[in-house]
Design a protein around this ligand. Structure first.
Ligand SMILES: CC1=C(/C=C/C(C)=C/C=C/C(C)=C/C=O)C(C)(C)CCC1
Length: 291
């Protein structure tokens, strides 16, 4: 359906509408919640701490995923991809870069919190800025490689969004997939798991930790695990045996990550409570600066 407007193989009229609607809801909630997080950071000087810079990086990345989902939602509802093959490459690159930045920002934040809670010194601005730069430069680097010929972007089965193509499994695809997944999924997941485990061990006393130690790793696994499974499956078996509708499920699950992250890191923490609401009602108490 990329340009034609005809229904893609394996999808009915109602299913295309359902995918478009789910994507639209995910995109709009992700944009609103992460926009609120970014606004809180910009409007409240008390929130401008190195640890919150990592939350900001995550919110910016998640806004990028939500914008990507919005484009996919609109073209699904239009039932065609109006931006041509170059638009598909740009959409794949933008989606991939922001998705990888989101995964790596979660890991950076886990490490930042470990540093904050378990070592004596506060996280320094230099360290936080270097971490954010590393996250974004490495995400852009890995997302640019398919444009340069290592891996490639193509339409997802619905034909209304683009991502790393897994329909042609060759050495080029497998080598890119495993290297990229190692640096952008397994390593960040390991850093997240180890950081929160160490925090738990070090601060065993209840009430010491104001952050959940299990939600971040679970969110990474839940939101990006299905993609990892689909791509892994594509390397060992014929992916055409997976119904196209089922192939769209990981994309829909992953695009819920911006909403889950915003609820957990910003709305559940002091970012929005202490930030935006404080802007609106200045008589409120100052937020906990350290978290
Ligand atoms: C491939 C792959 C990964 C990344 C998937 C991404 C980043 C998908 C982004 C898709 C988008 C944004 C689609 C837009 O329509 C992981 C999780 C690192 C693990 C290994 C397999």
């Amino acid at each position: 359906m990329a340009d034609s407007g005809a229904l893609p193989a394996g999808f009915g009229e109602l299913e295309v509408l359902a995918v478009g609607t789910v994507l639209l809801v995910e995109a709009l909630t992700g944009l609103c919640l992460n926009g609120l997080t970014i606004l809180s950071f910009c409007k409240t000087p008390e929130l401008r701490t190195p640890t919150h810079l990592l939350v900001l990086s995550l919110a910016v990345a998640d806004t990028g995923i939500s914008l990507n989902a919005l484009v996919a939602a609109i073209s699904s509802l239009l039932r065609r991809w109006p931006y041509g093959p170059d638009g598909c490459q740009a959409h794949g690159f933008q989606g991939f870069a922001t998705a990888l930045a989101s995964i790596c920002s979660s890991a950076a934040l886990a490490w930042g919190r470990y540093h904050h809670y378990c070592t004596r010194g506060q996280l320094a601005w230099n360290t936080a800025i270097s971490l954010v730069l590393c996250v974004w430069l490495s995400s852009v680097f890995w997302a640019a490689l398919p444009l340069l010929g290592w891996g490639r972007y193509d339409y997802e089965p619905l034909g209304t969004c683009c991502t790393l193509d897994y329909s042609r499994v060759d050495r080029n695809f497998t080598s890119y997939l495993f290297t990229m997944a190692f640096f952008n999924f397994f390593l960040p997941l390991l850093i997240t798991l180890v950081s929160y485990r160490l925090m738990e061990q070090k601060l065993k006393k209840p009430g010491h930790l104001q952050v959940s130690t299990t939600v971040p790793a679970r969110t990474l696994l839940l939101c990006w695990g299905p993609y990892a499974l689909l791509y892994l499956y594509a390397t060992v078996a014929d992916v055409r045996s997976v119904p196209p509708k089922l192939q769209m499920v990981p994309a829909l699950i992953a695009k819920a990550a911006p909403t889950i992250n915003a609820i957990h890191y910003a709305l559940g923490g002091d970012m929005v409570h202490g930030g935006l609401w404080q802007c609106l009602s200045p008589q409120r108490s100052q937020p906990d600066r350290a978290r």
